[in-house]
Every structure is written in structure tokens, then in C-alpha cells.
Design a protein around this ligand. Structure first.
Ligand SMILES: NC(=O)c1ccc[n+]([C@@H]2O[C@H](COP(=O)([O-])OP(=O)(O)OC[C@H]3O[C@@H](n4cnc5c(N)ncnc54)[C@H](O)[C@@H]3O)[C@@H](O)[C@H]2O)c1
Ligand SMILES: O=P(O)(O)OC[C@H](O)CO
Length: 346
């Protein structure tokens, strides 16, 4: 049994805390809101983020970060991307020993284009951990909290650290793989949210399964193009954290990104949609980051570009679909064949 702190008591932090508690670990679930931590301990539920789910007795909620991380062997960061730097700076003040550090956050920072592990490396004192581990894959909190079969991948530059995280989480309901391709695993998890917004918009506009299948596969081509330019192994995008997560996020009614896109497709304005959601929709900031990055590196990402225009330039979704459908004619696998051939000859 290990003492583990899960930082971020939203839907995903709570679901991961439940898995750890099911595996008999002593789990400290940290919320930055005092009332929220108190309510979790009082009601044994997280009403706001996972309504109706009974929490196992092995979970205790904390508001004081120093108390939450006292004597823990492992810290799992599960706050939204935009809160990662702030939480790491707070951790520097309260952690006094080396721990295993993992994160379950899916995003890229606009402006810096940093992945979450890179943001952590910039903010957290390197005395406190060896190499960050990312835990990612097709996994909605709602299903994990109901103990439905789910798969994840733990990846790190230090595979021993990834294996420690695999050990902590693996059980009969949650199968955890490992991967050495941290860049590919982080980028697959972050970039699929852009395409899920697009899939939601497509459904909101009333388009059918053909359109969604096209978005998923051409979206995967964009993810692989940008991802390999950032150093990922293209094969990672065919795995759980690539196509697997793309499928679940584009097709599940649980997806926050799909839901937000669906409302946009039905004509709602972005600010109203985000207020209505009440949970993080990571794809919005990631679209901004990927769009900036694609422009600066001259990478062709037409779906991401269309999404950017809908989200930030008030373009009409239907016009964007028309533009995507009437682009210059292309050979389907042209650039991806080149990427794979380069990789094979490396
Ligand atoms: N929900 C899922 O099914 C799921 C699955 C896999 C990965 N993720 C990823 O996990 C991350 C968290 O998502 P979520 O769905 O749990 O979000 P959420 O909106 O359900 O919860 C976010 C939590 O972070 C807290 N938070 C917000 N700002 C904070 C700050 N500045 N400091 C500390 N805490 C802060 C909120 O109070 C809340 O408790 C995202 O990157 C998401 O993509 C989510
Ligand atoms: O609900 P979403 O859209 O934030 O997606 C959650 C997970 O990333 C799905 O694997």
C-alpha cells in the first residue's frame, strides 16, 4: 500500500483516485477549494464533477496542499493545463523529498507550445522527482468511476518510473500499458481534443456518420503531421493514446469537447458554451496553440485552422465545412507515407 496524492478534484482526478483506492492505496485528493474538499469528505461523493458516484473509504479530500502531500510516495497532477504551472510552484514550497510524479492532463500551452511535462520540468524543482510520467488513453471519468473496462498508457523518458505508475493503477477493470514515446503520448492526448470539438460541431450541424469518420481519419493525419514534426514516433498515433483516444472523444456522449462542439454547431456562442459546460474544455486552448504552431512551422492542418476560425474569428461552421470540402485535390496518404518511410529508414 502506498500513500498517493491526487492533485485536482475534478472528474478525472476523482476517477483516478477511485482506482488507486480500489487498489488499496491511501489516497489524498486535493481540491484548491476549501468547501469542495469539505463536501467530498462529508458526503463521500463529488457532486459537482461526478454526481451520484459513491467514493471508496480509501479517499480523503484535502484543501491544504502541504497536508495532502505529506509523506506521499507519488503525486498525480490532474488539474487543467492552464493551472499546471501554478500548482507546480505551490508544490515547490511544500514537498521536501523526492517523489514519483505523474500527470493526467491533456493540453498544449498557447504561446510557448509546451507539452504538460515540459511545463512541469520548467516549474518544479528537479530535486523533487526524476522523470515525469504521463498517464493517457481513451478514458472518460464517468465510465472509470463505474469500473467499466478501460485502457491507459503510462509513458516516461524513464521507463522504470512509468512501470511504477503502471503498478499503482493496473487492476481487473483498468489495463495499463507502458510506452517510451512520451512526446507522442502527450501530443495524441492533447491534439485529439481539437478534432473532438470538430466532431461535435459536425453532429450539431446535423451531419452524419460519414462526416464524423472523415473528421476522425483526416484529423489523425493532422495529428501525425504535427506530432512527428515535434519529435513523436508516428506509430504512437495508431495506439491507445492516438486513434484510441480520438475515437472515444469524438464519439462519446461523455466528452466535454464533443459536447462543447455540439453546442457550437447548434449555433451557440463560445463564451456561453464554456459557461454552460462548467468543466474544462481543453480543446479550445489547444486549438489556439496548435494553430499558432502549425502556422509558424508551415504544417498543413486545415481542420485545426477551420476550428480556430470558428472559435476565435467567429467563422460560421457551415462555411468552414464548405471550405474543407472544396480544398485543392490531394492524394490521400502522400505526406504520411513520407513520414513513415523516413521513420523506417532511420
Ligand atoms: N474528465 C475526463 O474524463 C478526463 C479523462 C482523461 C483526461 N482528462 C484530463 O484531465 C484534466 C482535468 O480534467 P477534468 O475533466 O478532471 O476537469 P474538471 O473540469 O472536471 O475539473 C478540474 C479540476 O481542477 C480544479 N482547478 C481548476 N483550476 C485550478 C487551479 N488553478 N488550481 C488548482 N485546481 C484547479 C477545479 O477546481 C476542478 O476540481 C484535463 O486536462 C483533461 O483533459 C479528463
Ligand atoms: O471529456 P473530454 O472531451 O475532456 O475527454 C476526456 C478524455 O480525454 C477522453 O479520453
Amino acid at each position: 500500500m502506498e500513500k498517493v496524492a491526487v492533485l485536482g478534484a475534478g472528474s478525472w482526478g476523482t476517477a483516478l483516485a477511485m482506482v488507486l483506492a480500489d487498489n488499496q492505496h491511501d489516497v489524498r485528493l486535493w481540491s484548491h477549494k476549501k468547501d469542495h474538499a469539505a463536501a467530498i469528505n462529508d458526503t463521500r461523493q463529488n457532486e459537482r464533477y461526478l454526481p451520484g458516484v459513491q467514493l471508496p473509504s480509501g479517499i480523503t479530500a484535502f484543501h491544504d496542499l502541504a497536508e495532502a502531500v505529506q509523506d506521499v510516495s507519488t503525486v498525480i497532477l490532474v488539474v487543467p493545463t492552464k493551472a499546471i504551472r501554478d500548482v507546480c510552484r505551490q508544490l515547490n514550497k511544500v514537498l521536501d523529498r523526492k517523489i514519483t510524479l505523474a500527470h493526467g492532463t491533456k493540453g498544449i500551452e498557447p504561446g510557448s507550445f509546451k507539452r504538460v511535462s515540459e511545463m512541469i520540468d520548467e516549474e518544479l524543482s528537479n530535486q523533487l522527482y526524476d522523470k515525469v510520467v504521463v498517464l493517457s488513453g481513451p478514458s472518460h471519468a464517468e465510465e472509470v468511476s463505474q469500473r467499466q473496462p478501460t485502457t491507459l498508457t503510462a509513458s516516461s523518458e524513464n521507463l522504470e518510473e512509468a512501470k511504477k505508475v503502471q503498478d499503482l493503477f493496473i487492476n481487473g477493470n483498468l489495463r495499463v500499458y507502458t510506452s517510451p514515446d512520451m512526446i507522442g503520448v502527450e501530443l495524441g492526448g492533447a491534439l485529439k481534443n481539437i478534432i473532438a470539438l470538430g466532431a461535435g460541431i459536425s453532429d450539431g450541424l446535423g451531419y452524419g456518420d460519414n462526416a464524423k469518420a472523415a473528421l476522425i481519419t483526416r484529423g489523425l493525419a493532422e495529428i501525425a503531421r504535427l506530432g512527428t514534426s515535434m519529435g513523436a514516433n508516428p506509430l504512437t498515433f495508431l495506439g491507445l493514446t492516438g486513434v484510441g483516444d480520438l475515437i472515444v472523444t469524438c464519439t462519446s456522449v461523455h466528452s466535454r469537447n464533443w459536447k462543447a462542439g455540439n453546442l457550437l454547431g447548434k449555433g451557440k456562442k463560445l463564451d456561453d458554451v464554456l459557461e454552460h459546460m462548467g468543466m474544462v474544455v481543453e480543446g479550445v486552448r489547444t486549438t489556439q496553440a496548435a494553430h499558432q504552431l502549425a502556422e509558424s512551422q508551415e504544417i498543413d492542418m486545415p481542420i485545426t485552422d477551420g476550428l480556430f476560425r470558428i472559435l476565435f474569428e467567429d467563422a460560421a461552421p457551415r462555411d468552414v465545412v464548405d471550405q474543407l470540402m472544396t480544398r485543392v485535390r490531394r492524394q490521400e496518404m502522400e505526406d504520411l507515407s513520407a513520414i513513415l518511410n523516413n521513420r523506417i529508414s532511420d
